[in-house]
Design a protein around this ligand. Structure first.
Ligand code: NAD
Length: 360
């Protein structure tokens, strides 16, 4: 039954398909960008130069210093470059790290942004920016950081290394999963979430073996767009908070942490969110949402235990303490001992339900 809800559409123009990069110059003109600073990571510097070539006379320069967690000192250097080149817009090509830098520049200078995502993280569809200064990460939600245009060119994702493809894809699925049980969930976002999970879950197992399969690439990127829309539209819960805590406390890699924790966060919330579980099961074609996600990750051949990505064993209790420190909404109340068990299962990489069924 459809109950009362509120839905607010975000004004991002989306260009999706193969070869859509060819629209970049026209999209910049449409936005009134006269000179654009191109942003990239050092690893994608060559891609950044290629983008510069496509902009022709509107190419103001390249800043290829984007890095994880949007550190303030990098943003300050990029702001200086923006002013030095006289740019009035930015074109960010890359994953969440590069797009985060573009958002940080928009926040400080008001420049317009065109994002060209090359991972499945989804930042280009959200008004969210996480920044770090002196080791502290702060997150803001503001329309000031929402990009004006996102150009999804499927061809740019064929170079994604298989591990990043898998973990970035599960990171996207996590946005959709939590959107399904968000406090402010609504019917249209739930439709996008289920469809996003369905597309990614069918494409990712193919892509880890056939990175050049363009049909699967297309579905994965489409799914990632839908999942990014979910993250931008409604609030997240336990899974995202926990990954934030674990990543920040133990310096764990972003997408890998999401990939390992997701099945366990879903198991924690399963009984409190039956409609969300039903949608996840439909999307995965699985009989159990948490185990279905765990098995999907297993099929992708990426790490399934926090122990394997650098979390120390004595971090379990500490993480549980931090995770319950500041209260936040979740479909199931946050109970310290149960959270501790969740983290312990994720640390060991156990299949959800395995302990209970062994004990039974
Ligand atoms: P990333 O942007 O850090 O990229 C990882 C590495 O892969 C980089 O070296 C990058 O250059 C490279 N890469 C990206 N695309 C490639 C491709 N197609 N081919 C080859 N190499 C490629 O990784 P990410 O997972 O996309 O982003 C993670 C960051 O984004 C985190 O800091 C996270 O907090 C943030 N994030 C923010 C939001 C938001 O809404 N604000 C949403 C999701 C993620």
């Amino acid at each position: 039954m459809i109950s009362t809800f509120t839905y607010e559409a975000l004004p991002v123009r989306v260009v999706f398909g193969r070869g859509t990069l060819s629209t970049l110059k026209a999209e910049a003109e449409r936005l009134g960008i006269g000179r654009a600073l191109v942003l990239a990571t050092p690893q994608q510097e060559a891609e950044g130069r290629r983008i510069g070539g496509l902009l022709g006379g509107a190419f103001a320069g390249l800043f290829a210093g984007a890095t994880m967690h949007t550190p303030a000192h990098v943003t300050e250097r990029a702001v200086a470059e923006l002013h030095a080149t006289g740019a009035d817009g930015v074109v960010a090509i890359g994953g969440g790290s590069t797009i985060g830098l573009g958002k940080a520049l928009a926040l400080r200078t008001g420049v317009k942004q065109i994002c060209i995502p090359t991972t499945y993280a989804g930042s280009e569809m959200t008004p969210i920016l996480g920044e770090t200064k002196d080791g502290l990460k702060t997150t803001i939600r503001s329309l000031e950081v929402l990009p004006e245009v996102a150009i999804y060119d499927v061809d740019l994702t064929v170079t994604l290394p298989p591990t990043l493809c898998a973990t970035s894809g599960i990171n996207a699925i996590a946005h959709a999963v939590e959107a399904l049980y968000a406090r402010d969930r609504n019917p249209i976002v739930s439709l996008m979430a289920e469809e996003g999970i369905r597309n990614l879950a069918s494409a990712l197992p193919i892509l880890v073996h056939e990175p050049l399969n363009l049909d699967a690439r297309n579905r994965a990127f489409y799914g990632a767009w839908l999942c990014g829309c979910c993250l931008g539209a409604v609030g997240m819960a336990l899974h995202h908070k926990l990954c934030h805590t674990l990543g920040g406390s133990f310096n764990l890699p972003h997408a890998e942490t999401h990939t390992i924790v997701l099945p366990h966060a879903v198991a924690y919330n399963a009984e409190a969110a039956p409609e969300a579980m039903a949608a996840i099961k439909r999307a995965l074609g699985a009989s159990d949402a948490a185990r279905g996600l765990f098995d999907l990750v297993r099929a992708l051949g990426v790490p399934q235990a926090l122990a394997d990505i650098g979390m120390p064993a004595d971090g379990i209790e500490r993480a549980a303490d931090i995770a319950v420190e500041s209260p936040y909404w979740n479909p199931r109340p946050i109970v310290r001992d149960a959270i501790r068990d969740l983290i312990a299962h994720a640390y060991a990489g156990e299949r959800p339900g395995a302990v209970a069924s062994r004990a039974a």
